[in-house]
Write a protein that binds this ligand. Structure first.
Ligand code: UD1
Length: 434
């Protein structure tokens, strides 16, 4: 397990954010394309027999890392404009992704399924532990084995190969997003039908089903807990042009930021049903949320009420919004209990919130948050992406100056976070390390 101190030591020369809290957020903000969908569609392009144009791609560092992974495998990837990415993986694809990029971004494991389907083999540096808890890939590998692949783990690498993949019935012990995606990809060109039960139901999985089906795959059931993949002999040769769904986690982050500042914010380019778990929780704690087809308006005046929140796989409350909602509950009236059921160790940011005046006790998988009247600005460090977002949210509401280190984490998943927040009236600026 990586510890926060060692990460801190390694990023001394990084940018930092300065936030002066207390400004109400008001106005409109456009939500970017979904990070967790785009990264997988980029990996999925490895199966395509022609150009894939992906639109609404967020310009974040994780996308740049995935571009590096694709190029390292021999694919071509280039920006066509600010948010359109063209990928062509038709020629000379290798089966081993660059180690340093796999180490940098766990989502690189999502190239395994497409490469196994296309090349019959894949070799990857074994992704290790992670700051938010252990993140093994045993369910991915068990799925590949069920399809007839051989898995060899040695010298820190995982090597998967198959002369032939054969459709199978696979029951996941846990509805893992990544395992569902990788198994779905691996089964596309297998002989016969694969059924994935207890599959993850996230909107990003539906997105991949739609993308693969445009390439000629025969997949149905994504969005439910049973996905059926009827193996095809070959995918089609068509070019595809695909528009990615909006990022529900970015949307949720802005909704919570609006709520904590007593603001009035209209989010544009969103799919409200993807974020219903948060919407209903915000309403329960006293925030007004109204939606129409592609917008969400969040309005808050008055005092927030405490509530209990249980994190679960989709459609439950998302783990990727757990730190942000915990930040919100630090200033609610009463005691809230936030229980994390997806990752083992996702409360590492709590000490930083405590430094800002929050009253939080972590017991096993739960954070017990006793609401305080106000937070106070402090020097804090973001231990991971969503924790960073939580600290920004806390800083927006805190009295005085918050200095946040760990901006590289925020840059992995948020497009122009400071610019978007400034546009809503926040006093936030980036101090660039010279
Ligand atoms: C994806 C998201 C991440 C989100 C998570 C849960 C991307 C790039 N990342 O991560 O932002 O927080 O879904 O919504 O899309 N597990 C195993 N064995 C496995 C696989 C997973 O035990 O083989 C466990 C993990 O340790 C974790 C849980 O299952 O505790 C959920 O992981 P999973 O759904 O696979 O998350 P990711 O796909 O890694």
């Amino acid at each position: 397990m990586i510890d926060t101190e060692s990460i801190k030591a390694g990023v001394k020369n990084e940018d930092r954010l300065e936030i002066i809290g207390g400004n109400r957020l008001t106005g409109k903000v456009k939500i970017s394309g979904a990070k967790n969908a785009v990264l997988k569609l980029m990996a999925a392009s490895l199966l395509a027999n022609n150009n894939c144009l992906i639109r609404n791609v967020p310009r974040i560092s994780d996308v740049e890392t995935m571009i590096g992974v694709l190029k390292g495998l021999g694919a071509e990837a280039s920006w066509q404009d600010e948010s359109s990415l063209l990928i062509n993986a038709t020629n000379g694809l290798g089966y081993s992704a660059p180690d340093e990029l796999v180490k940098e971004m766990r989502a690189s494991v999502q190239v395994m399924g497409p490469l196994l389907a296309r090349l019959g083999r894949v070799k990857l540096f074994q992704p290790g532990g992670c700051i938010i808890g252990q993140r093994p890939i045993d369910l991915h590998l068990k799925g590949f084995q069920a399809l007839g692949a051989e898995v060899i783990e040695e010298h820190g690498y995982v090597y998967v190969q198959a002369k032939k993949l054969q459709g199978a019935e696979i029951h996941l012990d846990f509805p893992s997003v990544g395992a569902t995606e990788n198994i779905m990809a691996a089964a596309i060109l297998a002989e016969g039908t694969t059924v994935i039960r207890n599959a993850a139901k996230e909107p990003e999985i539906i997105e991949e089903q739609n993308f693969y089906n445009r390439l000629g795959a025969k997949i149905r059931g994504a969005g439910t807990d049973t996905i059926r993949i009827e193996g095809v002999k070959r995918l089609n040769d068509r070019e595809i042009d695909y528009m990615v769904i909006p990022d529900r986690i970015e949307a949720g982050t802005f909704m919570i930021a609006a709520a904590i500042t007593g603001g009035d914010v209209l989010l544009e380019d969103v799919i409200p049903e993807h974020i219903e778990a948060l919407t209903s929780k915000l309403r329960e704690i006293g925030v007004s949320v109204s939606t129409d087809a592609e917008t969400i308006r969040v309005k808050m005046d008055g005092k927030l009420k405490a509530a209990d929140i249980t994190v679960l796989p989709y459609p439950g409350f998302p783990t990727d919004l757990q730190p942000q909602i915990t930040a919100l509950m630090t200033v609610a009236n009463g005691t809230s209990v936030i229980t994390e059921n997806v990752f083992g160790s996702r409360f590492r940011y709590v000490d930083e919130l405590i430094r800002m005046g929050a009253s939080i006790r972590v017991e096993s998988r739960s954070a017990i948050v006793k609401g305080v009247n106000s937070l106070s600005g402090a020097s804090v460090y973001a231990p991971d992406l969503r924790a960073g977002a939580a600290l920004v949210i806390a800083g927006l509401a805190a009295e005085g100056l918050t200095e946040l280190e760990g901006t590289t984490f925020l840059d992995r998943g948020y497009v122009d976070l400071e610019a978007k927040l400034s546009g809503l009236g926040a006093a936030i600026k980036r101090i660039t390390y010279a």
